[in-house]
Write a protein that binds this ligand. Structure first.
Ligand code: SF4
Length: 279
C-alpha cells in the first residue's frame, strides 16, 4: 500500500528543506505528520469512492479497495494496516536521518556545484525528457527519466542516487535505470563519459544496502543498445512500425500472459477478465 511512493515524498520533503537550513526534531516531526495526514486523507477517499462509475476529478484509489480485499491475504484487513504502513514510511526517514547518508547529503549541499533533489509530487514532464536527437535510432522516441538525487561536484565528477524501498535486488551492478539517468545527463550537457567520473547507486531503505558503482562507457553503450532493441521490438505493435504516428495495431494482436502469478496481482485483472467475456 504505497510505502515506496510515500517514502519518496517524505524523503524529498526532508531533503528539500535540509538544503535550505538545518532541521530540528520538531521540523522532522512536522514533515512526518504532514505525510501521515496525506496518507490518511487519501486512504479515506479510496475507501469511500464509488468504483462503479467514472469521475475524472477523482482519480485516486487503492486497488485493495477497488477489489474489496478486506481482509487481506495474511489475515489483517487493509483498513487495519494504515497505521502500520505510515509507521514504515516514518521509519524509512528515521533510518535515513540516522545514517551516514544524512551527513553526506549535508556535505554535498555545502560543497558541491549543484545538488538536485527530485520533486515527486510535482513532476515536470518536459524536463524529464532525454535529448535523444544525437542518437539516430532513438531520435523520434520519447523517454522520460528523473533521478531522485543528483550531485554535480564540478565539471568532471557526478553522482546519481535512486532511493529504493522495495525488494532488494540480488545483483550488484549498475542498474539500467541508473544508466538511463547517466545517459540523460551526458546528453543534456553534451559530455563524453570517458572525460568524467560518474557514479550511480540504488540505496535501499530501511536496510541502507547500496547497489551500483562507477558508470563506464560500456554501461552507456549497453543502455543505448537496449533502448534500440526495445524500440525495434515495440515497432511490431505499431501500424507500419511507424513510431512517429504511434498508432497501435488491433488489440487482438496482443496476447494475454499465461502466468497466473502475474494476473493475480495485476491491477487490470477485472477489466481484463471483463474484456475476455466480450472478445
Ligand atoms: S490480468 Fe493483467 S497480467 Fe493478466 S493477462 Fe490481463 S492484463 Fe495481463
Amino acid at each position: 500500500m504505497r510505502v515506496g511512493e510515500k517514502t519518496h515524498h517524505l524523503l524529498s520533503d526532508y531533503l528539500k528543506l535540509l538544503k535550505q537550513r538545518p532541521l530540528s526534531e520538531g521540523d522532522i516531526q512536522i514533515l512526518k505528520d504532514a505525510v501521515a495526514q496525506e496518507m490518511k486523507t487519501e486512504f479515506q477517499l479510496s475507501k469511500e469512492r464509488d468504483y462503479t462509475s467514472y469521475d475524472r476529478d477523482q482519480r485516486f484509489g487503492l486497488s485493495e479497495h477497488y477489489y474489496g480485499e478486506n481482509p487481506a491475504k495474511d489475515g489483517a484487513g487493509i483498513d487495519d494496516k494504515l497505521d502500520e504502513v505510515i509507521g514504515k514510511v516514518h521509519h524509512n526517514l528515521d533510518v535515513f536521518v540516522a545514517s551516514d547518508w544524512n551527513e553526506k547529503v549535508q556535505h554535498y549541499f555545502k560543497t558541491a556545484k549543484t545538488v538536485f533533489v527530485e520533486s515527486p509530487r510535482q513532476k515536470d514532464f518536459e524536463s524529464m525528457k532525454l535529448k535523444l536527437g544525437s542518437i539516430p535510432a532513438l531520435k523520434n522516441i520519447n523517454i522520460m527519466a528523473s533521478p531522485d538525487f543528483g550531485v554535480i561536484f564540478d565539471e568532471k565528477k557526478y553522482l546519481i542516487i535512486d532511493w529504493k524501498s522495495g525488494q532488494e535486488k540480488m545483483d550488484d551492478g549498475v542498474s539500467d535505470q541508473l544508466k538511463i539517468y547517466a545517459l540523460k545527463l551526458l546528453l543534456k550537457w553534451d559530455i563524453d563519459i570517458e572525460n568524467v567520473e560518474m557514479s550511480g547507486y540504488e540505496v535501499y531503505l530501511p536496510s541502507l544496502k547500496q547497489i551500483g558503482g562507477k558508470i563506464e562507457k560500456s554501461d552507456i553503450d549497453d543502455i543505448i543498445a537496449k533502448l534500440q532493441e526495445d524500440v525495434e521490438f515495440q515497432k511490431q505493435f505499431l501500424i507500419d512500425g511507424d513510431v512517429v504516428r504511434n498508432e497501435p495495431i488491433a488489440h487482438t494482436s496482443f496476447t494475454r500472459t499465461k502466468s497466473e502469478k502475474k494476473c493475480a496481482s495485476c491491477t487490470f485483472r477485472k477489466v481484463c477478465g471483463d474484456l475476455k467475456e466480450i472478445e
